[in-house]
Design a protein around this ligand. Structure first.
Ligand code: SF4
Ligand code: SF4
Length: 646
């Protein structure tokens, strides 16, 4: 059965039901009070205290909670405008429009999101800010939830954008506030750089006063400043360079940069951002805080030249403790040439250029650098406990699993292997056994372009570009238009679970719900595709395996242009959560052991994590707490041994 849109629409709940609007500690107007906040909440609080009036972004771990926290604040501070934009570029441009009108504004994104927003970012740095404008971004060393671990300090340098890097949760709040002042005073775009560890750590924060700024923007009609015709761009390039000279001076006075000089010490440590927290912990733990010279860097770009030169001029050795690229280390080589050419600079010799720094790695590097014989703590943590490995897996009842299973069924029926390129989302987990479908993934929106290139290469196998509902709006639409325009025959498969599930169930245009829970305008993916000229469009429920396979085969046999297939079914986690909240019954399935022949087809080819093998009986069973009642396994079992519990 293929669902009609009306049936689906009427049966779906929307993410607004999980948007909680209660008064949290980060919203209270109680200066001096100490509260425990997540790093991202502290950044949001800093923006509130700075008087931010416009915030726009796109969900992306580890930065998502910053925008969500500000959205929750709007209940108490309705003068703040906040939105999930359809992608980071649009979010950046929206927030920059706020700054152009004189309002304090912030664009929020994860590190790779800045690649999407790079075009407006670089030119916005020419124009500079009118209302204080902070680009809040979070890098992801170790790629915990990202396709790369790029160090965005290099991107900020490329745009001559000053960077602030907090080293703890309280400082994240204070520095955000300071960044808005700095931006407005020097008329510059500012980047506030967090990383996964800081964004997702909790710490004590002392609340400050909430500042109330004007709530209505007023455009200044300074058209030479805002219109980047070549004639204006040349002028603003010079203005930016002049502004940058002032910034280079100013960063020496930023109070978050701290120097501890010990005249008897010939060795020193320099650490920007979070790694400084590991350094100071080490020094305190080893009673070296007053013996070793150290420089805590809050402004990694431009680096505070005077402070650094003064710090290194009498040292013999210096260790740079920084994550990812040798960014500060390279500057040190330049500065040392002028004032202390014999200085021995150590950085990536002792610390990795990839992955996340940990207290353990910093401890080993410090012990080596200081030639100390102190025993290193165990890598797994101070208590010696290591968490068990948890391989990534699609959740029980996930509609994506059903769709991947149907794709394998369609391959069998068609008699050939298909090619699958993917965007970034939960569905990229189709890479893993037993589904093993996804075999290419670059970034959001790339699934369609890669599939198009493969199809134009002469490759004759059926090709599926797989993306999610949120990524369709993020960057799938231009790529789909390109398919139509260039007469491609790629099959575009949108796994629509009506939320941005991977980053925490944020709504998007396909749900029609705004970040604040209010009703916006719903945009249907199929309407967009129709408008772009796609002729073959099908919407189906992946929980119905037979119908899904039939639709997939029909699409493969269609050769008069691209096809657009929408596999639409609720994210199972969200579905169960909403049902529980409403008190609705959640269906559950069981294995009838009198019928089961232990063939293990259900576990070896489908792999729902609700299945387990009873160690005592060696029989297949279903965990009732995990089963979401999707009923797909019931369609797979050849013995009809899986049944719904009534
Ligand atoms: S019904 Fe079957 S496939 Fe669906 S969640 Fe339960 S055990 Fe998993
Ligand atoms: S597929 Fe059916 S018969 Fe085979 S192990 Fe699973 S429940 Fe038992």
């Amino acid at each position: 059965m293929v669902f009609s849109i009306n049936n689906l629409f009427n049966n779906f709940y929307f993410s607004s039901e999980v948007v909680e609007l209660v008064k949290p500690s980060y919203s209270i107007d109680s200066p001096g009070e100490k509260v425990l906040l997540l790093g991202n909440e502290a950044i949001a609080r800093g923006a509130l205290e700075a008087g931010v009036r416009m915030v726009a972004g796109y969900p992306g771990t580890p930065a998502t909670e910053i925008v969500e926290t500000i959205a929750k604040m709007t209940k108490h501070f309705p003068e703040i405008y906040v939105e999930w934009s359809i992608n980071e570029k649009v979010g950046f441009e929206t927030a920059f429009g706020g700054s152009m009108s004189g309002l304090r504004s912030a664009a929020v994104l994860k590190h790779v999101g800045l690649n999407v927003a790079l075009d407006p970012f670089v030119t916005a740095c020419y124009a500079g800010a009118r209302g204080g404008f902070v680009l809040i971004e979070a890098d992801d060393p170790n790629c915990y939830s990202s396709q790369n671990e790029q160090d965005n300090r290099n991107i900020a340098k490329h745009a001559l954008c000053p960077i602030f890097e907090p080293s703890n949760v309280h400082e994240a709040k204070e520095m955000t506030k300071y960044a808005f002042d700095f931006s407005e005073r020097l008329k510059t775009v500012v980047m506030l750089r967090s990383t996964t560890r800081l964004s997702h750590s909790r710490g004590d924060v002392t609340l400050g006063a909430i500042r109330f700024h004007e709530t209505k923007g007023k455009f200044d009609h300074d058209k030479e400043r805002w219109t980047f015709l070549p004639v204006n761009a040349r002028i603003y390039r010079k203005i930016m360079l002049e502004r940058f000279k002032k910034i280079e001076e100013e960063v020496n006075n930023v109070p978050f940069n701290k120097v501890q000089l010990n005249k008897n010490s010939k060795v020193g440590i320099i650490a920007p951002g979070l790694p400084f927290a590991y350094v100071i912990d080490y020094l305190k733990e080893n009673q070296l805080e007053n013996e070793i010279s150290y420089l805590k860097l809050a402004t990694s770009f431009p680096p505070p030249r005077k402070l650094i030169v003064n710090f290194i001029k009498n040292l013999d050795h210096v260790l740079v403790v920084e994550e990812l690229e040798p960014f500060i280390e390279e500057y040190l080589h330049i500065f040392a040439k002028e004032v202390n050419p014999d200085l021995r600079i150590i950085g990536k010799e002792l610390l990795p250029r990839n992955g996340e720094l940990t207290p353990h790695l910093v401890e080993i590097a410090m012990n080596t650098f200081l030639n100390r014989k102190a025993p290193n703590h165990p890598a797994e943590g101070r208590n010696g406990i290591q968490s068990p490995p948890r391989p990534p897996v699609l959740c029980a009842g996930c509609p994506h699993r059903a769709c991947f299973y149907a794709l394998k069924g369609a391959e069998k029926k068609f008699g050939a292997k298909f090619i699958y390129s993917s965007d970034i989302g939960c569905y990229t987990l189709g890479f893993y056994p037993p589904l093993e479908t996804i075999e290419a993934c670059l970034c959001m929106g790339a699934s369609i372009g890669m599939a198009h290139g493969l199809s134009k290469s002469g490759e004759e196998s059926p090709i599926f570009a797989i993306l999610g509902d949120s990524t369709f709006f993020h960057s799938g639409i231009p790529a789909l238009a390109n398919l139509v325009y260039n007469k491609s025959t790629v099959n575009v498969l949108v796994l629509d679970n009506l939320s941005t599930a991977m980053t925490g169930f944020q709504p998007h245009p396909g749900t029609g719900i705004l970040i604040t829970g209010e009703q916006g305008k719903r945009i249907l993916i199929e309407d967009v595709a129709k408008g772009l000229g796609v002729k073959f469009i099908r919407v189906f429920d992946p929980y119905d395996l037979k119908s899904t396979i039939d639709v997939l085969i029909e699409a493969i046999n269609y050769t008069d242009g691209p096809t657009l297939l929408i596999s639409r079914q609720n994210c199972s986690i969200l579905d169960v959560r909403v049902k529980k909240k409403k008190g609705d019954k959640i269906d559950c399935y069981m294995v009838d052991t009198t019928k089961c022949n232990n063939c293990r087809i259900c576990t070896s080819t489908f792999g729902c994590p609700a299945f387990f093998i009873d160690e005592e009986t060696n029989e297949i069973s279903i965990m009732r707490d995990l089963c979401s009642g999707c009923g797909v396994c019931d369609q797979i079992c050849p013995e009809n041994a899986i049944q719904r519990i009534d």
